[in-house]
Write a protein that binds this ligand. Structure first.
Ligand code: ADE
Length: 230
């Protein structure tokens, strides 16, 4: 079972998301376990539960201090051995399908959500094993990044998605976008479903889908099409 510990200053932001739909079912079926940890619980300051301070050097904004993060990670490490201790940050390695695939095969992962201006760099140097960005834009915190990663990772675990095939045939698994999908009725307000899909000719339909995938990838994501050529 994949176990993910998420350390955050906003556990309430993630609770609902992680306990809905497919992520909830994965946890109910013991295929994954996702635990939220409030960084403030590890503050050495039990009265104000403070976890941040002004940066040395006088820049604007607050920085998460070493001690609460170190205490949180040290505590979690008494319970299990971690394959990765991930920090969410816009300057990390870009999250993509191959990274999700890799992480879905791990046993124990910590995701530390960044907040404010960031965390004391010494945490990144000494405790973090991997820094991941979900894209070239700046979020107010790492919580959405942690949610995106947990979702993309957990759905890849065998058994989480009903149809075993469906995670493997996703867009991006082979650097191809998915072909278009249609359902009944075959004619809606004169908008016709492609004839081939109604033909019942399995092999020709698969061929059409592959062709559509290739064309859509070349048109919409030429960068992906290029990766496949190499
Ligand atoms: N924290 C703030 N922005 C982020 C991003 N783009 N990816 C991951 N974590 C972040």
């Amino acid at each position: 079972m994949l176990h993910i510990d998420i350390i955050t200053v906003l556990p309430e932001m993630l609770g609902n998301f992680l306990n809905c739909s497919i992520l909830k079912r994965a946890q109910d079926n013991n295929l994954a376990e996702i635990c939220l940890h409030n960084l403030r619980d590890y503050s050495p300051d039990s009265r104000h539960r403070r976890i941040d301070d002004y940066p040395f050097g006088g820049q604007a904004g607050m920085v998460i201090q070493c001690e609460p993060v170190d205490r949180a990670i040290t505590f979690l490490r008494t319970k299990r051995q971690y394959d990765e201790i991930i920090y969410t940050s816009p300057d990390g390695e870009k999250f993509c399908q191959p990274v999700a695939n890799q992480l879905s095969m791990k046993q124990n992962i910590i995701i530390l959500c960044g907040h404010y201006k960031g965390i004391d760099y010494r945490i990144r140097e000494h405790l973090i094993t991997r820094e991941i960005s979900i894209g070239d834009y700046v979020l107010t915190g790492g919580e959405l990044a942690a949610a995106v990663m947990a979702d993309a990772i957990v759905r890849l675990i065998p058994g989480v998605i009903g149809d075993e095939q469906s995670a493997l045939s996703d867009s991006f698994q082979d650097n191809l976008l998915a072909p278009p999908l249609y359902t009944r009725p075959a004619n809606y307000r004169g908008w016709q479903v492609p004839e081939i899909l109604l033909s019942g000719h399995e092999a020709r339909i698969r061929e059409w889908e592959l062709q559509q995938s290739i064309e859509r990838t070349q048109l919409l994501r030429p960068d992906l099409a290029k990766e496949t050529d190499n």
